[in-house]
Design a protein around this ligand. Structure first.
Ligand code: XMP
Length: 324
């Protein structure tokens, strides 16, 4: 029988044998998978694991700082990289979903390349980081085959397989055989911060694909505020842990409203909450009307720039979880 304890013990021993005195570079995302993979590697090789965490400016409100703090708390050898401006300027004026994903993926590689060079430069003479750590789990392997395989691309996931050949790093993926629930159990055994372990999945391109149409810093700010109210209410009402994934989507339309005696013409956000096992299929969650009413009022009253909130009642298939 599979147990998390046995997996941890065996994997750490294997990583030690495989890596010896080698150094590993790894980009963390704040998600469950990359975090658990990093903690396993850290147990095996300590500070020879060099992590960094990129702020692409498309994360949830305050998420960058909170996650960075908790990584430092866990003792990981981690650097924060602020690359917001680089992503925003590359994304300026681009509305096509696939193009946005490609730009975000390519910019991420640029930032990665730069960070990796810096890490290399700080290593002692003659020592070279030859490995790239990744938090790939079993469903990513499957999805990557079905998405990038012979059939047409549905959505290009930028974080699987990842880097161009010229980087010549060997990939090490300690979670490659595990399903999500197993990763969480391994994380628990390793005493990973429960708020990280219980976190909903969040797409690599972040708000870049939750802002429909072109991305601007102002739209990111509006979406961060609305999303923060939504997620906080889900937590406070006890719904967060019953939902597989929830998020807020910024729609590329404006609609007429009234505030006091003034006519408004502002933006619309959609709320999404789904139940799922692995993201391949999903059902929309029947959130109570009272909770939806509270969230809607709070968003419209507190987030300048939004005068309308809608709830997404589509399942996957035929819709997808994300809107782009
Ligand atoms: P869809 O929208 O395809 O999403 O139903 C299924 C799951 O995948 C996540 N997702 C991504 N995750 N990079 C990621 O790391 C991506 O480019 C990406 N696109 C979608 C989505 O959030 C959901 O959990």
């Amino acid at each position: 029988d599979w147990t998390a304890d046995a997996f941890v013990e065996m994997t750490i021993a294997d990583l030690k044998t495989q890596l010896g005195d080698d150094h590993v570079i790894m980009a963390l995302s704040g998600g469950v998978d990359s975090t658990v993979a990093a903690v396993l590697l850290h147990h095996a090789i300590g500070d020879k694991l060099h992590c960094f965490f990129v702020d692409h400016g498309l994360l949830r409100k305050n998420e960058f700082q909170q996650v960075l703090d908790s990584y430092e708390h866990m003792g990981l050898n981690i650097k924060g990289v602020n690359a917001k401006d680089q992503f925003y300027s590359k994304l300026a004026g681009v509305s096509d979903p696939e193009q946005k994903r490609k730009i975000i993926g390519a910019s991420f590689i640029d930032v990665f390349d730069e960070a990796a060079k810096q890490i290399q430069a700080e290593l002692p003479e003659g020592v070279e980081a030859k490995w790239l750590g990744q938090g790939t789990i079993y469903p990513d392997v499957i999805e990557s085959i079905s998405v990038n395989g012979p059939s047409a691309t549905i959505k290009s996931h930028h974080n699987v397989g990842g880097l161009p050949d010229y980087m010549k790093l060997n990939v090490i993926e300690p979670l490659r055989t595990l399903f999500k629930d197993e990763v969480r159990r391994v994380g628990k055994t390793l005493e990973v911060d429960p708020t990280i372990l219980g976190r909903h999945p969040f797409p690599g391109p972040g708000f870049g694909i939750r802002i429909l149409g072109d991305v601007t810093a102002e739209k990111v700010r509006i979406l961060q505020e609305a999303d923060d109210i939504y997620i906080r209410n889900l937590r406070e009402s006890g719904w967060y842990d019953k939902i597989w994934q929830a998020g807020t989507i910024f729609l590329p339309v404006q609609s007429v409203g009234v505030m006091g005696d003034e006519r408004t013409y502002e933006h619309v956000v959609a709320l999404r909450a789904v139940g799922s096992l692995d993201g391949m299929t999903a059902d929309w969650i029947h959130l109570p009307y009272d909770l939806l009413a509270k969230i809607s009022n709070e968003i419209i009253n507190h987030v300048k720039g939004i005068n309308r909130v809608v709830y997404d009642i589509s399942s996957k298939p035929p819709a997808t979880i994300e809107w782009e």
